[in-house]
Write a protein that binds this ligand. Sequence first.
Ligand SMILES: Cc1ncc(COP(=O)(O)O)c(C=O)c1O
Length: 385
Amino acid sequence: MDKIIEEYQQKFARFFGAERAFAFWKGRVALYALLRALDVGQDDEVILPGYTCVMNVNPITYAGARPVYVDIEPDTFNMNVNLLQEKITNKTKVIIAQHTYGYPCEMDTIMKIAQSRGICIIEDCCLALGSKYQGRMVGTFGTAGYFSSQWNKPYTTGLGGMVITSDRELAERIESLAVNETCPPSAWEVFMLRMQLIIYRLFIYPRTTALAQNLFRYLTKKGVVVGSSSTSEFEPERADDFFKGISKMQARSGIRQLCRIKENIAHRRKMAHLYDKLLASKGFKPSRDSRDNADPVLVRYPVRIAEKDKALAQAAKAGIELGSWFECPLHPIETPLASYDYELGMCPEAEKASRHAVNLPLHMRTNEKTAKRNVDFITGFTQAD
Ligand SMILES: Cc1ncc(COP(=O)(O)O)c(C=O)c1O
């Protein structure tokens, strides 16, 4: 193991007070490593919210298991714990508690249900770095947690994933898989990712994001850049080079980001409060978490509006950085839902959220001026329930 990767893993684990951390090429690869290490396979079922990214479902199908979807509750976009029990069967091996947008899941109830049935909990913290539940950071409740440092995530190393766990046996199994089964990223992938990071840092600002994203998607399809998802990842079959480790370049970048993590978290909190205030002043219901036991650090600020498509089209023209997660229960809209055991109508609240939810940026490049501009723009549309 390279020293710089080891240093990144140790620093990440220390931030969470976890015993071990293991870095991978992407967040989805981290989930795949976890499922394999937990011996999830044929005939097993994995429960997750029906409001996620298909890239998060692929590792379940790659492991040979069946995804089972739970609908969300509308305020936090997280798994509705009242519907969880009825989804559990004697085949359920894992529950993935996805802390959507950064809102912590109701971990008390999830843990009680899982423990009473001997089921493992994996926390999906890809959108929730630093969020707390009952005063404790998410990622430290379940058997393990995983994180992403892809472009849109709490901090970015271009692409990147991390597992944390304090379960020694599990850590040993992940380590063995990482050593024996992962392949390294190619020199071309690392070179391109480095170039993309440089371009991102120099040229991508809230006003240029929409344009850059469209160009990036086009270049990804042409295979000219290292995209977040290759074409083969839109099918439930695993490509040979999927199980990939992290590069030294990503690890170096991750260490630099970790040095600024407290500043990053404080900025996200400040911006979210600002959106709360600005939206309320315009008669919009803010997306504030009203639970006493939850202290979220949001990755993006969700807003529900009636005319989502129109807003996205106008935002792109006006240089407003408006996000569109999730476009369907298994984002993106092109996902062949039936291939992933999802039938329309399975998760009505998630489907409704997909039709209405857009999100506003909270990253370090946003400031008071961009927040005001974003709020002026979004409140020009009708808020949806
Ligand atoms: C909730 C959630 N979990 C996991 C992932 C996978 O992360 P990555 O893109 O690093 O593989 C995503 C993808 O964007 C996601 O939205």
